[in-house]
Design a protein around this ligand. Structure first.
Ligand code: PEP
Ligand code: MG
Length: 596
């Protein structure tokens, strides 16, 4: 990880630094995907197609007006001044889309310049923007954005492409984007996309996590990247060091080819570890499980030799769609995974949407929260949506007969929430059995994510009610330190080794130990081999991570002893300074790195 955001111009390279999410090195051709711009193709049309093009434009304009009417309706619920301001804005939009000079301008361009509608809209917008910009009036100058807003909406409605057509990109493409949403990543085909870099995103944001699970070389949080790069540029991404090099010299390319080969060789050599046990030098077994974000990861999971699925983020089933999946659809998706795991445990987490894990607004109806990380997220949302509860819990209970299923609850902050879910599980199981639908006996255990500080602080009580704990260090760090995990401006302060975070983890592991329930870690900290000894020393016996990290963590585990790890954890827990903690961990790593 590199914390410098500056870019430097070397002889013939432009180098950027961001957060390396891992995945090794990619050398390929850039595709710049700037979601702030209208990427519009301009093409000529035949004169006999004018009518068709005009009709296409009018349909899009009608759709845009409908959307604006909807926005107008929503704006009416806003308080005073905002309602008025938005009212004016949407009226102005609507006026533009009626038979106005703007509309006539576009039609004329289509008819006279014989160009496609998208290009006509963009050119007309450009003329208006220029006219506005030359007026020496701050209010009118600010309207430029409004004008382009209508243009963007029109172009989007004209475009058949609802999503970036990543699938049509040539092999070995490297995507450079200002932003990729978790939903966008579902369209990334690792056979074609060699890597990607984004301007936005913190290391623990979901885009980072998804990137890690795709196993692609990825760098995120790279300010200034989009302005300098062009589609077609040669580019190198080093997901390990966080470096991006645009237009590299021949020498730099050769160097990186060697680095890439070394990395691939190392990964291959680690593969043989999939068959050996995850055990410390003094015989303590630690379960290494996989986190799954996307169904496509199942194969990698099986190949990694994972002891099961430690965290199935069910959010993926709800992405890129207008309607929530029904019980049957969820059942089928879960069933195929549980069967493929052949009896190894599958920990299914109930839907955790909200904050940066957004799905279609209309699907979830969360609306805009003033502070989404603290809003209706995870279990809070789930417990308020009966249909979701019914569908998801029934699907989970129905698949419980096909393997070893566990239920995991996100964002739990009180013991009552857990008890509510236990009752829901029991009620739904009873009703399924009444309908002669089989569910496992005993019912799947229910575990709690320890990721909200309040849960850690009442872990001693919670542990008596939960069947297992899974510490979510990503959110636990975010909520303990008040650092938004997606915001790269505060990413330097995001620190899972902050003594406060470690204390909460220790409270949780001790509580689990007293109540004799298993405790694992499924946050990204579990994937970092430098943290393995500390976590084991704190009493964690299950680590869940992206499948690609399992060999690295296993390798580390086989180098350390439980005895030394306990001493390490004790030393770390005596510190109140993060720098000292890093130092102790570094020293321990140097002293205990032997051949595996
Ligand atoms: C966590 O918060 O550590 C976790 C594993 O959950 P997610 O990253 O899905 O929020
Ligand atoms: Mg979480």
């Amino acid at each position: 990880m590199n914390d410098s955001f500056l870019h430097e111009n070397l002889k013939d390279n432009i180098t950027y630094s961001g957060y390396g999410v891992g995945g090794g090195i990619a050398i390929g051709t850039a595709y710049v995907y700037d979601t702030n711009l209208l990427a519009v193709d301009r093409y000529d049309i035949a004169s006999e197609d004018i009518k068709k093009e005009l009709d296409r434009f009018l349909v899009a304009a009608k759709k845009t007006r409908r959307q604006i009417a909807y926005l107008q309706k929503r704006a009416r619920n806003f308080p005073g001044a905002a309602r008025e301001e938005l009212g004016f804005l949407f009226d102005a939009y609507d006026q533009m889309l009626k038979s106005s000079r703007f509309m006539r301008g576009i039609e004329t361009r289509i008819k006279e310049e014989l160009i496609n509608a998208e290009a006509a809209v963009q050119e007309e917008i450009a003329v208006m923007v220029e006219a506005f910009a030359s007026i020496d009036d701050p209010y009118l100058a600010a309207r430029i954005e409004d004008v382009s807003g209508v243009g963007k909406r029109l172009v989007r409605n004209l475009s058949i492409k609802k999503r970036p057509l990543f699938s049509s990109l040539p092999k070995n493409t490297i995507i450079l984007a200002n932003e990729l949403t978790p939903a966008d990543t579902l369209f990334l085909d690792p056979k074609k996309i060699a890597g990607f870099a984004t301007v936005s995103g913190g290391a623990q944001s979901h885009i980072g996590i998804l990137a890690r699970s795709l196993g692609l070389p990825t760098v995120i949080g790279t300010e200034g990247l989009i302005q300098k790069a062009k589609t077609g540029d040669m580019v190198i991404i080093n997901g390990n060091s966080g470096k991006i090099i645009i237009q590299p010299s021949e020498e730099t390319i050769s160097e990186h080819r060697i680095l890439k080969t070394n990395y691939l060789n190392l990964t291959r050599s680690l593969k043989r570890l999939s068959k050996v046990p995850a055990i410390t030098t003094d015989g303590t077994l630690v379960k290494l499980k996989a986190n799954i974000e996307l169904p496509s990861e199942t194969q990698a999971l099986i190949e990694s030799g994972a002891d099961g699925v430690g965290l199935l983020r069910t959010e993926f089933m709800f992405m890129n769609r207008k309607n929530a999946p029904n019980e049957e659809e969820q059942f089928n998706a879960l069933k195929s995974l549980v069967i493929r795991m052949e009896g190894r445990p599958v920990t299914i987490r109930t839907l955790d949407i909200g904050n940066d894990k957004m799905v279609n607004d209309s699907l979830i109806g969360i609306g805009k929260s003033p502070n989404p990380a603290l809003g209706l997220r995870g279990i809070r949302y789930w417990l308020q949506h009966e249909e979701l509860i019914e569908n998801q819990m029934s699907a989970i209970l129905r698949v419980s007969v096909f393997g070893q299923v566990k239920i995991l609850l996100p964002m739990i902050s009180t013991t009552e929430e857990l008890q509510k879910v236990r009752k829901i599980r029991d009620d739904i199981a009873r009703s399924l059995r009444k309908r002669n639908i089989a569910v496992s006996d005993p019912l799947p255990p229910i575990g709690v994510m320890i990721e909200v500080p309040s849960a850690a602080l009442v872990a001693d009580n919670m542990a008596w009610h939960a069947d297992f704990f899974s510490i979510g260090t990503n959110d636990l760090t975010q909520y303990t330190l008040a650092i938004d995990r997606t915001d790269n401006t505060v990413m330097r302060l995001y620190n899972p080794l902050h003594p406060s975070v470690l204390k909460l983890m220790q409270l949780s592991t001790e509580a689990a130990f007293k109540a004799r329930i298993p405790v694992g870690v499924c946050g990204e900290m579990a994937a970092d081999p430098r943290m393995t000894a500390l976590l084991v020393g704190l009493g964690v016996r299950e680590l869940s991570m992206p499948a690609s990290s399992i060999p690295w963590v296993k390798k580390r585990l086989r180098q350390i002893s439980l005895r030394d790890s306990v001493v390490l954890a004790r030393n770390v827990m005596n510190q109140c300074d993060s720098k000292k903690i890093y130092q102790i961990i570094d020293d321990f790593e140097k002293a205990s790195t032997t051949k595996f």
